[in-house]
Design a protein around this ligand. Sequence first.
Ligand code: HEC
Ligand code: HEC
Length: 505
Amino acid sequence: MIRNPGLIALASLALILVSGCKGGSSGSTFPSEEQQATNDLRNVVAGESLSGDPAAGRSLPDISDPLAQLGMKLFFSRGLGGDLDSSCVTCHHPALGGGDGMSLSIGVGSMDPELLGPGRHHSNAAPGFDGGPTVPRNAPTTFNVALWDRALFHDGRVESLGATPGSNGDDGQGIRTPDTAFGVADAEAGPNLASAQARFPVTSGEEMRGFTYAAGETNAVLRQFLEERIGDYGGGIGELVINDWLFEFQQAFGQPAGAPEDLITFENIVLAIAEYERSQTFVETPWKRFVQGDDSAIGLDAKKGALLFFRSIEDGGADCASCHTGDFFTDEEFHVVAVPQIGRGKGNGPEGNDDFGRMRETGDVDDLYAFRTPTLLNVEVTGPFGHSGAYTTLEGIVRHHLDPVATVAEYDFDQLDPSIQAFDMMTNTMLALDQLQANRDAGRPSLQDVDLSDEQVEQLIEFLRSLTDPCVKDRDCLSRWIPNAGTTNPDAVRLNAYDRYGHPF
Ligand code: HEC
Ligand code: HEC
């Protein structure tokens, strides 16, 4: 907990008040500062109709389920990477907050495929090398992916057309993906948003496919190559020197005599991966305990931070909950926040290094530079922050929200890996700031500037830290989601991750 002399002074004052009440003969019921904050916060929680449990009412897999176990092995296998060098876990490791701890990811062609997190660099001998990270956006966490009901990806290009609360897209109304036009359901999306999403990393050159593998082939053909490789049938026979996947699929799907062509389909591959991801539900936070009645689950600073978070600006708050709504801390809508645009971008703008965000999908100019509101659960471990990962600290991203123009003007480039392309950051980000101002001028609900003291910023951050499930900071607790020496390794190309100091994750 961060303390400063002012807070200590306040805390002692509160103590004096408390003891004053107890010992006093006046019979005063003047509440302590802590009691006051608790009472105020209880009113706020009631007003927001929070339950504290964003997973309530959902049926979610357990990591011990056979399908989730199979999914874990696939998630960690480089067998799904075109050139056998990149896997899902390359950018979504449980010990790295379900992401990769980097502003912008590096998938294929890295100097060392098993070195994850800071220190990972693209090899200058590999295809696609341009000096910086080849992936244009920050890798969001896979934690709690089962709690999204509307959209995955920063621009929502995997989107449930029904968006039924509690459904994770599994409501029979279809899921749109990049394989279909905006608003049109993808018949192959599978049951939920996680299965629909998992069809795409393998198609992305810089994430998993490689710059030359199956060049020129459609997504459908590419996926066929991969299912045949994993299944050891058709054109994929012998591609994996060791291949025990059939036994694994037979066990997990409960079909001991199933044929590879029937069992090892891309549909089943993503089904298993999705169950693994959907088992990563980490919601046992101090905040949940507070909401469910334990007054002492969070400290006074976090309580004051929560009040700032939920209260409107007119009420002296910072109005964060107008977008970071509800128990999952997101409205699943798209807003312009103008986080600095760094990296190679999505091919937009005159230099091709800008990212138009949601407008890329809807074609609607009102969506220019809008990105999906992220959840804030476990945000303490899911940095760097924003769609581009431009802020590496919670303080940075929080201060940005409070005054984007001033914060961008003072942006500290030293927080970035020096290889990250940031030459046009100011030009591109100014355009996003202009869009934010235009939205404000047009009276559209927008991020507003908020004037907070340094102490209040600390309190907000302390509140955000109360949204961490302790499991995500505990390697022993996370070990159920990470293969160990005793876990079967069906193709012997599992990614055994370690950090830049050589320590295994
Ligand atoms: C090279 C890094 C990389 C690899 C490898 C990778 N991802 Fe990602 N992942 C990302 C990035 C970057 C995004 C965000 C992209 C965007 O929004 O445009 C993302 C987004 C996601 C999301 C959406 C999360 C959300 O909150 O919207 C999920 C789920 C996910 N990836 C799962 C997977 C799975 C499953 C695999 C393997 C099949 C995989 N990823 C492989 C980098 C990677
Ligand atoms: C107008 C809607 C809106 C409001 C109000 C808002 N946010 Fe955000 N917030 C967003 C969006 C959108 C993003 C993602 C921006 C991006 O991807 O570039 C974001 C990102 C964040 C992140 C980074 C999360 C991550 O995983 O990258 C944090 C932390 C955050 N907001 C905290 C706050 C706090 C604290 C407040 C109140 C001071 C607040 N937000 C108010 C919409 C909002």
